[in-house]
Design a binder for this molecule. Structure first.
Ligand code: 13P
Ligand code: SF4
Length: 368
């Protein structure tokens, strides 16, 4: 799985086929366009149901803007994957509703085993999670016992259970820098673009698993250069899951929260953004006087199923959320469960990350 191994291209092709076949099974375009009146009705019923069940809604920046608003209006939270995990753990609610993808729900459950964690759908996964099966990953680790295992949060609970550290994109650089300063060599999984980026930035000795996010991989440096010529005053903000040429052309590379912070602190009035377009809701709400332009992707909406829009995040719909809250049968079907021993093992590297984040809070928050 090392990115330089001769099998890497073959493996990636197999992973891509796996992800594509998964996408074929879900109908990400099923999202019906709801009228304003219907949306208002859903919002009211969801707010009532959250209140009645004393549940807390935690949403990712990539989800539908209406869900993001609902999370905030109901006293819940919208954030990046690190902040979602922290908020879920710290809030008092005994039921967490996680609008995002499955690894986010699993992280919430691992950190709060006594809480009930439900999601609008358990089908909402992630190409990185799919392309890093626990058994293959475990064999990869077994083959390199001398390396410290660092996994991205976008992995299953079983993969986390095999790790020494879990990181999210908002804290990956700091943790790898720390490990490097301790003289440790690293086995990294699963996102090769983020792994390569950290390797370049820190110079750490990293052996990489070879997968990618199907959304960020679509951003293209050539199109970005053309776009920069059209918007010469714009700053480019990129998520580190994007390809290296895109990151090299970016003014700021960071997690979703770091991208949002950069949009507020940089003096530019225009921004070209290389990440899921769901983030535009927060960007435009916080800076209504600024212009945000999506970075160019390989295809267009007619041919590309992941052009700056994660199909799995898109599965978090209002009807699914309402059904999970109103129907006990539906709630049981979308409840996250993680085997107790797996959760206990995965808790160790997750907690290590949270402890590290707490100790280095100022540095992490100041990143962007
Ligand atoms: P963040 O941790 O930056 O929110 O990213 C999560 C993710 O899935 C990006 O594609
Ligand atoms: Fe996974 Fe990419 Fe979707 Fe994020 S945007 S959840 S990394 S597929």
């Amino acid at each position: 799985m090392n990115s330089s191994s001769p099998d890497a291209a073959q493996t990636l092709a197999a992973d891509t086929a796996l992800v594509r076949s998964y996408l074929d099974r879900i109908n990400s375009r099923e999202v019906e366009v709801l009228s304003d009146a219907v949306v208002r009705d859903y919002k009211l019923r969801i707010l009532d149901a959250l209140h009645a069940t004393k549940a807390c809604l935690v949403a990712h920046y990539y989800t539908d803007p209406i869900l993001q608003d609902l999370a905030e209006e109901s006293g819940g939270f919208v954030g990046d994957s690190l902040e979602m995990a922290r908020f879920g753990r710290d809030c008092e609610a005994q039921t967490l509703v996680v609008a995002g993808v499955k690894f986010m729900g699993e992280s919430a459950k691992i950190l709060s085993p006594s809480k009930r964690v439900i999601m609008p759908t358990l089908e909402a996964t992630c190409s990185l999670d799919i392309a890093c099966p626990a058994d293959e990953f475990s064999a990869f680790c077994d083959a390199h016992p001398e390396r410290t295992v660092v996994v991205y949060a976008n992995t299953s609970a079983a993969v986390k259970a095999r790790a020494d550290w879990v990181v999210t994109s908002s804290i990956a650089l700091e943790i790898v820098e720390h490990l490097q300063s301790q003289g440790e060599s690293i086995l990294w999984a699963p996102d090769r673009h983020l792994g390569n980026y950290i390797q370049r930035e820190t110079g750490a000795d990293m052996l990489l698993w070879d997968s990618a996010c199907i959304v960020h991989e679509e951003f293209k440096a050539r199109g970005l250069a053309d776009m920069r010529a059209l918007y010469p005053d714009a700053a480019v903000l990129a998520h580190p899951e994007s390809p290296s040429e895109v990151l090299a052309a970016a003014d700021v590379v960071g997690s979703t929260t770091q991208i949002i912070k950069a949009s507020q602190t940089l003096p530019n009035k225009q921004f070209i953004v290389a990440t899921d377009r769901g983030i535009f809701h927060k960007l435009t709400t916080l800076s209504p006087d600024k212009e945000f332009i999506i970075a160019p992707t390989a295809g267009n909406d007619a041919s590309c199923r992941s052009c700056a829009s994660c199909p799995w995040m898109g599965m978090n719909t209002l009807p699914r959320l309402l059904a999970a809250l109103e129907s006990p049968k539906e709630a049981a079907a979308v409840e996250i469960s993680v085997p107790v021993d797996t959760a206990a093992k995965a808790m160790v590297p997750l907690q290590r990350m949270l402890d590290f984040a707490a100790e280095h809070q100022l540095k992490v928050q100041g990143k962007a």
